[in-house]
Design a protein around this ligand. Sequence first.
Ligand code: TRP
Length: 448
Amino acid sequence: MAIQTSTERGSWNSRLGFILAAAGSAVGLGNIWGFPTKVATEGGAAYLIIYLLCTFLIGFPVMVAELSIGRASRRNPVGAFKALSNNKFFPLVGLWGVICGVMILSFYSVIAGWAFGYAFEEIFYFLGWTQMADLLTDTGNGWKNALLAVIFMLATIKIITGGVSDGIEKATKTMMPLLVGIIVIMILYVLTQDGAMDGVREYLLPDFSRITTDLIFSAMGQAFFSLSLGMGALITYGSYLSKKENIPQVAAFVTLADVGIAFLAGLLIIPAMYVARSAGIEIFVGDQLASSTDLVFQILPALFHTIGGFVGVTLGVVFFLLLSIAALTSTISLLEVPVSYVIDEHQMERSKAAWLVGLGVTFISVVIAFQTSLIGSFSYIFSDLGLPIGGLLICLFIAFVWKKEEALNELEHGFPTIKQSLFAKVWPVFLYVICPAAIAYNIISNFL
Ligand code: TRP
């Protein structure tokens, strides 16, 4: 997308460009850090199943909703609700999204910093510089966390100042296939190790008695987070989307790519945990997996170290660099939301807006870097709770304010036969009933 001024709005270079950017936004730490951690600590295969249901039955319809609101209005989330109706309440929903974006980004950048640091940890470990390696594995070290998070934020701000550009499209195009490739190689390796089959069983054989309201709540939040939904990131990305695109088709592709990578990450990490256990690494407290935010960051390096030698270090470095790029294409989408809001609604120039908002977020990141226990509460409030609430309101907006006819008119661009299709019959049912009811039920039962 070219640099955007207030009169001219950028757009994606190509069809693939948009898909890559949206998939780049979706695929990130949520897939490789968040999802396996939650599977491990909250219910194994039972969690996987509920997560898949949430993704396809709730996430996908909401994704189509966000993209169509964005493309119809060509605005940031606050402006979009203003442009499509006179309703005074919904712009506040957009604002809530902007706030969630800022807050999610502030802790996300700390975790992204860990991932980036681990690329160097692998090298130092290989060279035998154990002190340096240990420093990078110490997720409690505030100064180190802060330094890495700041580097990460600066990279994000730098890219955003140039507009959501070629950069993301290119980075995503090479990163994603490589990331999948390396994960598959690692899976094949892990599956040959002692103990791996216990992990595969845990991941794929559901014990339905583990499904609780807590599990469903967490899986729903995870689905929204992983698909980048509920706060207007895809309203914003949709605002740059061409009328030629078939939105439901694009959304289906992005959803499948995101779920596919999360599924593979689980298939790698859950068995790897059991392998680590049979190698005597303490990842269990009693019968329960130790639940901690850095679980994945303990397991993966241990795995690269057991592969050892030049192969181990190369796989490790490449993996963590790819993970950092995946995280970067996600932080870009998180920062783009508040930045496009400031550009559109406060008529600020792009690079000024990017620095202003970006440095504000960086400040919060530094606080979190020293106080990593905040990550849990931030992700509860702004992700697990904030995103599904945003998604619920987006459904209600289309159902009762903007109206489904208008939404379908928008979707007709790029999908001319939509009104005769099954999609046009089924999607509204999801927006009117299924998504709002499921989300509301889930949140209420979590509070009770
Ligand atoms: N989906 C990304 C991940 O899985 C994180 C992310 C990027 C996000 N943009 C978002 C989450 C917008 C919620 C909303 O890592």
